[in-house]
Design a protein around this ligand. Structure first.
Ligand code: AMP
Ligand code: FE
Ligand code: FE
Ligand code: ZN
Length: 277
């Protein structure tokens, strides 16, 4: 059976492997296709695409958008978007700007705790990346302030921690429209990561269906067979396509392994078909 991975991050956002290296790894693992879904940017796609042509791995252009859903950070995956679309460019410019302002605020808070990290240094270490908390966490590890990225989140950067600053997000209701306007299809990312109860989850899935989402991620790192079954049933109930991916981030999220769980290629084929319906 041909395998794919529809949720992959690179150094264009908060992954630790370049688009080229991620594509090589995918080839080595025998994956037929991967979707590059960096947070709020599609900058990694051309490089991955070039590598993919050489290595015979199809690169699906994607993005992961953070939205505000009832005050929670719910992620929406977009696939097959035209990265040059003006609306997308405007969105990405806005995110890049507001994210930088937020990173500056976080760095100010860390400064008060005696950790000296500058925005210039982060830029230097991660050229062109859309900066976020994982980059700051990496620096804290490097400085010896914490032992791991995880600890950095637990002690300083996670929601509710002393250096946490929320970031600007578009409303959930706006995401699928933006993605559709740019020629893409929308998929609800990792539905079990939001801490929703059963009924809250069902409401979210129902809302996604009403917003003309195409799919829902049912295969994801750590989801048990029971989880998958539950999500599969919800997908069926609300007319959404089942999809899946690893949410690979390199060493920033060591549990998430490229190509795991196994995602059959038919899921990508169904998604691709839906684009024309
Ligand atoms: P940001 O976009 O700056 O808010 O950072 C969010 C990103 O940080 C997520 O996409 C994850 O990649 C990462 N992240 C969030 N929580 C944790 C955690 N507890 N440990 C490691 N990485 C995390
Ligand atoms: Fe991430
Ligand atoms: Fe996500
Ligand atoms: Zn992701």
């Amino acid at each position: 059976m041909d395998r794919v991975d529809l949720h992959v991050h690179t150094t264009a956002s908060d992954g630790t492997m370049s688009p080229r290296d991620v594509t090589s790894l995918a080839a080595m693992l025998g994956l037929k296709a991967i979707a590059i879904t960096d947070h709020d940017t599609m900058d990694g796609i051309p490089e991955a695409g070039e590598a993919g042509e050489l290595l015979n791995v199809s690169i699906i252009p994607g993005i992961e958008i953070s939205t505000d859903y009832q005050g929670k950070d719910v992620h929406v995956l977009g696939y097959f978007l035209e990265s040059e679309h003006q609306k997308l460019r405007d969105y990405m410019d806005w995110v890049r700007r507001t994210r930088r302002e937020r990173v500056e605020k976080i760095l100010q808070r860390l400064q008060k705790k005696g950790f000296d990290i500058s925005l210039e240094q982060l830029d230097k270490d991660h050229p062109g990346a859309v900066l976020g908390r994982p980059h700051i966490a990496g620096k804290l590890v490097e400085l010896g302030a914490v032992d791991s990225v995880k600890e950095a989140f637990r002690r300083y950067l996670g929601e509710g921690r002393s250096c946490y600053v929320p970031r600007e997000r578009i409303p959930f209701a706006d995401a699928s429209g933006l993605i559709r306007d740019c020629g893409g299809v929308s998929v609800l990312a990792h539905p079990l990561q939001y801490g929703f109860s059963k009924s809250e989850l069902e409401t979210l899935v129902k809302t996604a269906a009403a917003e003309k989402f195409t799919g829902i991620e049912i295969l994801y790192t750590g989801y048990t067979q029971e989880d998958q079954k539950r999500l599969f049933d919800l997908a069926e109930q609300y007319g959404l396509l089942p999809t899946g991916g690893s949410d690979f981030h390199g060493t920033n999220k060591p549990e998430n392994k490229l190509g795991e769980p196994v995602v059959p290629a038919y899921m990508l084929m169904m998604l691709a078909r839906s684009q024309f319906m």
